[in-house]
Design a protein around this ligand. Sequence first.
Ligand code: BGP
Length: 471
Amino acid sequence: MTFPKNFLWGGAVAANQCEGAYREKGKGLSIIDVLPNGVHSTPTDTVEEDVYYPSHGAVDFYHRFKEDLAYMKELNFNVFRTSIAWTRIYPTGMEEEPNEEGLKFYDQLLDEIINNGMTPLVTISHFDTPLYLSQKYNGWESRELIPLFEKYCRTVFNRYRDKVKYWIVFNEINNVHTMPYAAAAIREDKAENEAESLRMRYQAAHHMFVANAIAVKMGHEIIADSQIGCMLSFSGIYPNSCDPRDVFRTLELEQRSYFFADVMMNGAYPYYAEKLLGNTFSQLEILEEDLNLISSYTNDYVSLSYYRSTTIKDGMMTTGHTGGIKGIDNPFLGNTPWGWQIDPLGLRVVLNKLYDRYGKKLFIVENGLGAADEVVVENGEKRIQDPYRIDYIRDHIQAMAGAIEDGVEVLGYTYWGPFDIVSAGTGEMKKRYGFVYIDKDNEGNGTLERIKKDSFDWMKKVVASNGTNLS
Ligand code: BGP
């Protein structure tokens, strides 16, 4: 049997993409609550009346989590990943005392996850820093955020110590480079030039590394058997040709992602840091006590999102989005309707590379296919036929099995968006990942009815067979 007996199978979501109820029971505004079209759009300064913000209502998981988690149980999942919204606990980030109503909500949510037979996997910060901290301090660019985050971590570790063992500190921390607002709450458009923007982003990253180390230390102290992971967006990148210049450029771009895990897993800035950041590296404020913390408290496992791969040509401009770095399409691969190239074997490559580099357990905490699913009515019943999703998942599970056979230790697999949620990248509802369809459109219309897709029954059997029945 390829998958170990206690392999974790589940689904993953983020608070800001599913909960809605954006001002309920004292919740403060987060950076995402002023983004009309996903993490690549420009935030408004405050909530504007005539603008539609998808996070405000999302798919109303806040009120419907019992129904949604019942579906997760039916899928036979034994793990469920979600995040805590910082702004439900500390509405601006600055309060001395936490918001009890927010804490109670996560008590109920975590109990429901556990009562449905699933282990909670909790992300502490998933793209939703309090807006106040972004506006007052330019987010993680400021050292001020470290103690504020520490206070938030202490509160949630203490409160949920008996409920949660698996934690992720920051979602996709390497996106500080490509998506600095979402990942680090900084407005790089305020930087006067590219050099200043680079400095801002990496100063923010440094503060997050220190905060991560503090979270690891505190998590271990408060919850003896806790596992505190770091998390990377790690889709695959290949040289576009065998031209050594393409190979070298690809290596450099890979280092840009490894950089983050190198610091958090190896406990020190890597040898290539100065090369990667040029003059910027020496301009960063890095205190000796920071380096001591970073070296003493490294993460227990590496978690990652993997969606697709791309190819790199020397000298080309690359862009990045929620799927990772975007280069030139690979002629050997097909695309999703959103242009993400489907590359299951790339997952096996990435798992081997990460395991080889860190020698620590890996956790695939995001993988999935976003598509424009259609509801058809057959014999009076609503049905969503999504064979493309089944193909995508089957091929990725096989690749993961291959990596395990290669000797890589994989803790588990949480499929991204097991019920439809708002897309982080574009704010759309149309880009659907779920096994459960949710009736809501891009403009916010819909009944919020939940309907199982064809992939639901297939996935249920896969999980029941511990990944052996993929037919
Ligand atoms: C990752 C994020 C998720 C998520 C996913 C899919 O970068 O951690 O929040 O949504 O990408 O991206 P999208 O929603 O843009 O399809």
